[in-house]
Design a protein around this ligand. Structure first.
Ligand code: ADP
Ligand code: ADP
Length: 218
């Protein structure tokens, strides 16, 4: 569902993503592991068309993000939970996203319920804890009922209940046949979540292993 072919992103002389070639498959939670600065966010931003690749390609279901008809229905993403306008309520934020892509307000209520944000959604996003912002971001990612989900450090700032909740959610999304791509700088967050682990270091692919094989080798 997601295909990267020789994907490279440079900022000036600095190579953030270096010749990344891989394929992400449906029904799988793929963990994207690497220390801060490894290039995980950059790779996700390029896949989402928020940044142009220097060379190589990133395709979602065979198409570039920019060529997707109603992108939220194909791919949902959580990149920066704090990017929501602070004066806007969580509900209004999701409704604006929904309106832009012909998604119903009843679907907004569905994803709010799914993320436990129904009550909080009437408050301004600026009053949210990081954990609530993450939940709202995940609600936004789920809004279009997409087959592909890309979540950049979704567990950051969550309490243990929140971490367990995300794990259960990601596992059930993959069980429904979706392609789930989730980044983290902590191996411990991936252990009971990912089926497959892609390790990135200084923009380069260092390892690509099934979790089963990793566990057996440990
Ligand atoms: P990660 O998500 O793994 O922490 P990033 O993708 O954020 O890594 O960053 C990878 C590298 O690219 C870092 O060295 C970072 O400083 C650099 N970088 C990311 N975005 C930009 C940008 N807009 N301009 C210049 N350098 C950037
Ligand atoms: P604004 O209200 O300023 O237009 P929004 O946050 O409502 O900003 O979103 C603007 C556009 O960004 C949306 O139409 C949508 O296409 C895209 N977008 C926002 N959040 C996501 C997301 N989680 N996943 C994919 N696209 C998103």
């Amino acid at each position: 569902m997601i295909t990267l072919d020789g994907l490279t992103k440079r900022y000036g002389g600095k190579t953030a993503v270096d010749d990344l070639t891989l394929e992400l498959t449906p029904g799988t939670v793929t963990g994207f592991l690497g220390p801060n600065g490894a290039g995980k966010s950059t790779a996700m931003r390029v896949i989402l068309g928020l940044d142009a690749p220097t060379c190589g390609t990133a395709l979602i279901g065979g198409r570039r993000y920019a060529d997707l008809d109603r992108p939220l229905r194909t791919v949902g993403a959580l990149l920066d939970a704090r990017a929501v306008h602070p004066a806007r309520s969580g509900r209004d934020h999701l409704r604006a996203m929904a309106l832009s892509q012909d998604i119903s307000f009843s679907r907004v209520e569905e994803v709010l319920a799914l993320t436990g944000m129904t009550d909080a959604a009437r408050r301004r996003a600026g009053t949210y804890s990081l954990g609530m912002s993450q939940r709202l971001g995940i609600a936004g990612a789920l809004l279009g009922d997409p087959q592909v989900l890309m979540l950049d450090e979704p567990v950051n700032g969550l309490d243990p209940d929140g971490v367990r909740w995300i794990r259960t959610l990601l596992r059930s999304l993959a069980a429904e046949g979706r392609t789930v791509f989730v980044s983290s700088h902590l191996m411990s967050e991936m252990e009971r979540t990912a089926d497959r682990l892609i390790v990135l270091g200084r923009g380069r692919l260092l390892a690509d292993e099934s979790m089963e094989r990793l566990a057996a080798g440990a």
